[in-house]
Every structure is written in C-alpha cells, then in structure tokens.
Design a binder for this molecule. Structure first.
Ligand code: PGA
Length: 284
C-alpha cells in the first residue's frame, strides 16, 4: 500500500517547453531518491492537452533506460520477457498521470468537455473532481460531482474529490457542517472505491498564501476520518485525506505531521519542479 499521495495540479499552466524542463528536473531528482520515495504516490495533473505528451515523454525515459541495460548487459531485447520489459520501461516513471476534470456523460454533444474514457486511453489513472475552481467557476454542484465520480470509477479512474468551505462559511463557524454535506453529497454510495480520496481545500487558502492552522486542519481531518469510518466503511478498500491550499516546501512538513493527513494537493508550487520534489522528499 502506498501510504502517501502527493498531487501536482498544474491548472492552466505549463505547456511543452516548461513541461520538458519540469520533467527533466523532476525525473533526475527522483532517480536519485527513488527508493526513499517508494511509499509515496506522486500524481501529476497537467492541462488535458498535455497529458498525452507528458505520457510519451515519460515513456521515452523508460526506453532510454532499456537501451542502456541492453548495451551494458550485451543482451538482445528478445532475451527479456514481456513483463521484464514493461517493468524496466515503467521503473523510471516518477509520476502517475491525472486530469483536472472530466464530464459525467460517457460521450455526446458536450463542446469543450472531456470524457473519462478518453482520459483513461491517454494514460490517466487519476482525475481531480469538484475542485472549487470548477464548483465556483463552472457552477458544479455536489450532485454533478457525484455523477462525475461515478463515471470516473466506471472508466477505472481514481477520483480525487475536492471539498472545502469559503471564508464566509468559515467566519460563520459553519465549516464542519458545510464540509460534511459536501462530502456526503459528492461521494456516490452505490459504488466501490479501491481508494477513496478526499482533498480538503479551503477556498480561502487556495492561491492566497494563507494556510489554516494545524488545529484547523486537524479538526477537518478528524471529521473526514469519522465520515470514512461511519458512513463509507463498506464502499472503499483504502481511504486518503489530502490537504490542499498554499502548500509550500516550507509548510508541507508540519501539515504532514497532522494526524489523519495522508497527502497533499499542490497548486502553484507544483509548477516549480525543484520545490515540488522537496515536498515529495519531505513526505517520504
Ligand atoms: P495552491 O492551489 O497550492 O496554489 O493554493 C491548490 C489547489 O488549488 O489545488
């Protein structure tokens, strides 16, 4: 079991050149600390048009590694089984790929939208759903998020379900009730999850440089754990609670020290390969 999940959400940033530089730096750092990071699942969520490109760049790294093994061991490719070849090619991949959204319908007339099935086909394993930038900017209700989660699961994607209150709700001291309702209504009950991942991202913390106190994160982590145990105990094999909102290399360690936090969802800072790697290394 992977014990920690660190997600890079590039949002609408990083196209080809920046992605190349990021991958070069991150892959190099990762190769040096691969063993230490083995309990850490790192998920990269680029813009949707970049996913296929990133996937093939990562594949290239694997082929280069295979080439050097063949040369060093003076062997022919036919001497390796299919499983050995796959494991060599995939061993260099520092990250799994994820998308930032998908539609709840399988296909149809939905201009500009992306289907879960197509994401799976281009190499995605994860999908962020219900991010507040979708809930607020694209008017996505809990019910829409729940439908998306269901479709993602049907297409064998692992959803990362985001929840989190606004500043107004926090100031009114209604955050626990709000997050509870968001989770209960965004997680479909008639499905099975291998991993049920809830990312708590208070809206007032996203992109603002302001993070909740450790006590505030702890309070939500406790709530989520209670919901996992009492409400979802028979729909998921594993549970993860991620924290997201102004995570940096500097604050990541103490956020990780909060009981119940199993991972991080990193926005702005994930654009910087070095700092994002530092966060992964701390997590490990
Ligand atoms: P941030 O974004 O790290 O830039 O605050 C987090 C997110 O929106 O997932």
């Amino acid at each position: 079991m992977k014990t920690k999940i660190i997600v890079a959400n590039w949002k609408m940033n990083h196209a080809f050149d920046e992605a190349d530089k990021w991958l070069e730096s991150f892959t190099k750092n990762y190769a040096e600390k691969k063993n230490e990071l083995k309990d850490c699942q790192i998920v990269l969520c680029p813009s949707v048009f970049m996913i296929d490109y990133v996937d093939s760049e990562l594949m290239d790294g694997g082929f280069k590694k295979l080439d050097s093994i063949l040369k060093d061991q003076k062997k022919d490719i036919s001497e390796f089984s299919e499983e050995e070849l796959t494991s060599i090619i995939l061993s260099e991949r520092p990250v799994k790929l994820g998308a930032q959204d998908c539609h709840y319908e399988v296909s149809g007339s939905f201009t500009g939208d992306v289907s879960a099935d197509s994401l799976k086909k281009i190499g995605c394993e994860y999908v962020i759903l219900g991010h507040s930038e979708r809930r607020v900017g694209h008017f996505e209700s809990n019910e829409i998020v729940a439908k998306k989660v269901k479709t993602a699961l049907e297409k064998d994607l692992i959803p990362i379900i985001c929840v989190g209150e606004s500043k107004e709700t926090r100031d009114l001291n209604k955050h626990l009730e709000f997050v509870y309702k968001q989770i209960m209504n965004s997680v479909p009950k008639d499905v099975k999850f291998k991993k049920l991942i809830i990312a708590y991202e208070p809206i007032w913390s996203i992109g603002t440089g302001v993070t909740p106190s450790l006590e505030q994160i702890k309070e939500i982590a406790k709530l989520i754990k209670k919901i996992f145990n009492e409400k979802f105990n028979n729909i998921a094999e594993e549970y993860f609670m991620l924290y997201g909102g102004s995570v940096t290399a500097q604050n990541s360690q103490e956020i990780f020290s909060v009981a119940g936090v199993n991972g991080l969802l990193v926005g702005k800072v994930s654009l910087d390969a070095e700092e994002f790697f530092e966060i992964c290394a701390f997590a490990a």
